[in-house]
Design a protein around this ligand. Structure first.
Ligand code: ZN
Length: 139
């Protein structure tokens, strides 16, 4: 077993900005030249998340609406009272979605479903430049 690490960069707009990262993760896997193992995709930061979805406009819109119901933007958040940065909703959303994802791969191919893409969601209330860490353990 060896490890391979790659850092991806994305400019994001915040407010549930969703990006398909599948191709870049696939490229990192190809670069590693590993055939079998596991990939971890992780985003440092407490106002963004990593998960999977069928990346089409209907599902994206449904997810965005569900997140809006889960932690509405226009509610009172204790975090905002303490820090005044106005992104209490962003922290709650990020905590629920989670910051990382593990994907197994065999014969050099990630074992994702056909309609399952890896997405980064930026929940913050301002544009950011995000780094996504792709750490691969394999051989
Ligand atoms: Zn904050």
């Amino acid at each position: 077993m060896k490890t391979f690490s790659s850092t991806l960069q994305r400019r994001t707009k915040g407010f549930n900005d969703i990006h398909d990262m599948t191709e870049e993760v696939r490229n990192a896997l190809a670069e590693s030249q590993f055939r079998n193992g596991i990939i971890t995709v992780f985003i440092p930061g407490s106002t963004a998340g990593i998960t999977t979805i069928e990346f089409e406009s209907g599902a994206i819109s449904d997810l965005t609406n569900a997140i809006e119901r889960l932690a509405p933007k226009d509610m009172h958040y204790q975090h905002d009272a303490r820090w005044g940065d106005g992104n209490g909703f962003s922290h709650v959303r990020a905590a629920v979605i989670g910051p990382s994802l593990s994907v197994p791969f065999n014969n050099g191919t990630m074992q994702l479903g056909t309609w399952q893409q890896i997405i980064l969601i930026d929940f913050d209330n301002r544009p950011r430049t995000r780094e996504v860490i792709v750490q691969i353990i394999g051989e």
